[in-house]
Design a protein around this ligand. Structure first.
Ligand SMILES: Cc1cc2nc3c(=O)[nH]c(=O)nc-3n(C[C@H](O)[C@H](O)[C@H](O)COP(=O)(O)OP(=O)(O)OC[C@H]3O[C@@H](n4cnc5c(N)ncnc54)[C@H](O)[C@@H]3O)c2cc1C
Length: 521
C-alpha cells in the first residue's frame, strides 16, 4: 500500500462506503493517489459473525447520537436513530442489495408534484438521461441481477409467497431483482449460496460491497493510502476559503493532520453534515459550505414500514437472499391514491432476535408472543417509498451530548409529513391484502426501523441558495470541497438509494479527475 506524507497535498476521501469507496477506486484507477480516512476498523468478510447482534455490534456506528421529533424512533430507539456502519466498506457491508433506478420524474418532483404544503421539494440539477450511462456502469460494477446479462436469483420461500400474492392481487411488475448479489460467479466472486446472512457481512462474498470490490482494487493500483480507525473531526481551510487539510483522531485518541488538495466527504447523511457543522470558523461561522443554511436540512429516510404475515404452514423466510424480491407496481406517481410519489414492496426477513427487537418495539404479552411463536410460518416484506423533504427535518449539533472525542454529537430531528403517513397507511393495507390473497391467518404492521436509508442533508441544487453542492457534488461555497455520498440527494425517490449513490460517485470521479488533471483544483 502506498503511503502519502501528511504534508503532501492529497485528495482526501472521508469514509469508505458506497460513495467514498467507489470514488477511491475510480480516482486511483485514473492514476490519482488518494488518502481514505475511515473511522471504523478494516474487518474482512470472514471476520464477521453470522449471529445478528454479534455482527451488528461489530459493524454498527454506535458513537453518541440523539434524536428528537414526533417519529416513533425517538421513543423506541432514542440513541439509535439510524442503522449505519462504521467499518471499511461502510454500510455496504450490511446492506441487502436491492438496486432499482430512480424514475425520470423523480429527478423533477417539484415540477411533477407541484407545491406540496410543508415540503421543500426541489428539482435535481441533473436528469435521468444524464445519469443513465453511470447507472449502467454502476449496475455492471455491482453485478445487479436482471441487468446487462446478469441472470436472476432463484426464488426463495419468502419470495414464492410474495410473488404468488402479487399475482393474485393483480400486480404485474415483480421479480427477484434487480439485486447486487451474484446468481452465478461474476467479477471474481462466487454465486450466492442462499445462506441468508447478507445483513451479517456476507462471508460468502457473493454480495457486492466496496469491501469486496472497490477497496481491494483501489489498493491493488498502489495509489490508495487507506487509513482505518481514523475519524475525521475537522476540515480546515486557508485564507482564501479553500480547504487545505483534515484533522483526524486515531483509535488511541492521537490527533493527526493530513494536508489536502481536495476533500471529498462521504460519511453518510448524518456524519457528513455533522463534520461540516463541526468545521465552522471565522470565515464560515455557520459551518463549512453552509452560507445557504442548508447543511443538515431536508434529511430524508424513505417512507418505510414492514408487514409480517402468519400462515398455517412453514414459510422459513430466513432461507435465501433477504431482499431478493421486488414489486414495482406501486412505485409510479399516481395521486389518485391520496399521496404523491410511489413505493416499492420488497421481501424482508429478520432472524428471531432482530424480529423480537423490531417487530413491535416495547411489545409484550400474548399478541407479541403470537408474532414470535409463528416465526417459522412467517413471511415478511418491507415497504420503501419516497418521503417528503422538510426544512425542519435536520441534523444539528447537540448542545449537551458529546462523543468519545468530546465533540458535539449529532441530533437527528424528524417529523413525518402528512404525505408520508398517507402513503404508509395505504402501503400497509395493500401489503396485508396481498398476504390475505394467499391465505395468511394474520398479519402485523411493523413500524419503521432505525433508518437505513439516510438521504439529503447536503442537497444538490442549481442555485447556491437552495442547497449545498452543485450538479457534480462540489460545494457551492468551497471550490475544492466535494460531497460524495447519499447526502447530495435533492429528493429521495422511491428506489433504494445505493445504486444512485454509486452512479453519482462514478460520475463525480470522472469530473474530479478531469479537473485535477487540468489543474483547476
Ligand atoms: C441493514 C441495511 C440494509 C440495507 N439495504 C439496502 C438495499 O437493499 N439497497 C440499497 O440501495 N441500500 C440499502 N441500504 C443502505 C445503504 O447501505 C446505504 O444507502 C449506503 O451504504 C450509503 O452510502 P454512503 O456512502 O452514503 O454511506 P456509508 O456506506 O454508510 O459509508 C459511510 C462511511 O463513512 C465513515 N465515516 C463517517 N464519518 C466519518 C468520519 N468523520 N471520519 C471517517 N470516516 C467516517 C463510516 O464509518 C462509513 O464507513 C441498507 C443499509 C442497511 C444498514
Amino acid at each position: 500500500m502506498t503511503e502519502i506524507a501528511a504534508d503532501e497535498d492529497a485528495v482526501v476521501i472521508v469514509g469508505s462506503g458506497a460513495g467514498g469507496g467507489t470514488l477511491a477506486y475510480e480516482l486511483t484507477k485514473a492514476g490519482i493517489p488518494c488518502v481514505v480516512l475511515e473511522a471504523g476498523p478494516f474487518l474482512r468478510n470472514e471476520d464477521y459473525h453470522d449471529n445478528e447482534w454479534v455482527a451488528f455490534r461489530q459493524m454498527a456506528w454506535l458513537d453518541a447520537r440523539t434524536t428528537s421529533g414526533s417519529w416513533r424512533i425517538a421513543k423506541d430507539f432514542p440513541v439509535l436513530p439510524a442503522w449505519i456502519v462504521k467499518a471499511v466498506g461502510g454500510s455496504t457491508t450490511h446492506w441487502s442489495g436491492a438496486t432499482p433506478r430512480f424514475k425520470d420524474y423523480e429527478f423533477k418532483t417539484r415540477t411533477t408534484y407541484g407545491a406540496v404544503e410543508g415540503a421543500t421539494l426541489l428539482d435535481w440539477p441533473i436528469s435521468l438521461e444524464e445519469l443513465a450511462p453511470y447507472y449502467d456502469k454502476a449496475e455492471i460494477a455491482m453485478g445487479s441481477t436482471h441487468r446487462h446479462g446478469r441472470p436472476p436469483l432463484p426464488a426463495n420461500n419468502n419470495y414464492k409467497v410474495f410473488a404468488n400474492g402479487a399475482e393474485r392481487v393483480g400486480y404485474k411488475l415483480y421479480a427477484t431483482g434487480p439485486y447486487a448479489t451474484n446468481a452465478e460467479p461474476y467479477d471474481d466472486r462466487p454465486a450466492s449460496i442462499q445462506d441468508g446472512f447478507n445483513f451479517q457481512g456476507d462471508k460468502n462474498t457473493s454480495k457486492w460491497s466496496t469491501l469486496v470490490r472497490e477497496i481491494p482494487r483501489a489498493l491493488e493500483t498502489g495509489l490508495l493510502d487507506l487509513r482505518p480507525d481514523s475519524h475525521v473531526v475537522r476540515i480546515t481551510h486557508d485564507a482564501q476559503g479553500r480547504v487545505d487539510a483534515v484533522l483526524y483522531v486515531d483509535k488511541d485518541g492521537g490527533l493527526h493532520r493530513q494536508a489536502a488538495r481536495a476533500v471529498c466527504v462521504a460519511g453518510n447523511s448524518i456524519e457528513t453534515p455533522r463534520l461540516l457543522l463541526l468545521s465552522e470558523s471565522n470565515r464560515f461561522p455557520n459551518g463549512l459550505a453552509n452560507s445557504s443554511d442548508q447543511v443538515g436540512r431536508n434529511y430524508m429516510r424513505h417512507l418505510t414500514g414492514s408487514v409480517y404475515a402468519r400462515f398455517d404452514k412453514p414459510v422459513r423466510m430466513y432461507r435465501g437472499e433477504t431482499m431478493a424480491g421486488i414489486i414495482a407496481d406501486e412505485a409510479a406517481h399516481d395521486p389518485s391514491r391520496g399521496f404523491v410519489g410511489g413505493y416499492y414492496m420488497e421481501t424482508l426477513s429478520l432472524g428471531p432476535s432482530f424480529l423480537a427487537a423490531f417487530a413491535e418495539p416495547g411489545g409484550w404479552g400474548p399478541d407479541f408472543a403470537e408474532i414470535m411463536d409463528a416465526y417459522a410460518n412467517t413471511a415478511g416484506m418491507w415497504i420503501v417509498g419516497e418521503d417528503m423533504p422538510q426544512a425542519g427535518n435536520r441534523i444539528t449539533l447537540s448542545d449537551t451530548v458529546r462523543d468519545q472525542w468530546g465533540l458535539a454529537a449529532p441530533n437527528v430531528h424528524f417529523d413525518d409529513h402528512a404525505n408520508d403517513v398517507a402513503m404508509r397507511d395505504y402501503a400497509y393495507e395493500h401489503a396485508q391484502k396481498l398476504y390475505e390473497a394467499v391465505g395468511a391467518v394474520g398479519s402485523h404492521r411493523t413500524p419503521p426501523y432505525p433508518s437505513t436509508h439516510n438521504l439529503g442533508t447536503c442537497r444538490m441544487s442549481e442555485r447556491p441558495e437552495d442547497g449545498v453542492v452543485d450538479r457534480w457534488g462540489r460545494a457551492h461555497d468551497v471550490p475544492n470541497l466535494f460531497v460524495s455520498d447519499g447526502s447530495v440527494m435533492t429528493t429521495g425517490g422511491a428506489a433504494n438509494p445505493t445504486l444512485t449513490i454509486v452512479a453519482l460517485a462514478i460520475r463525480q470521479a470522472e469530473y474530479l479527475a478531469a479537473e485535477l488533471k487540468a489543474g483547476n483544483i
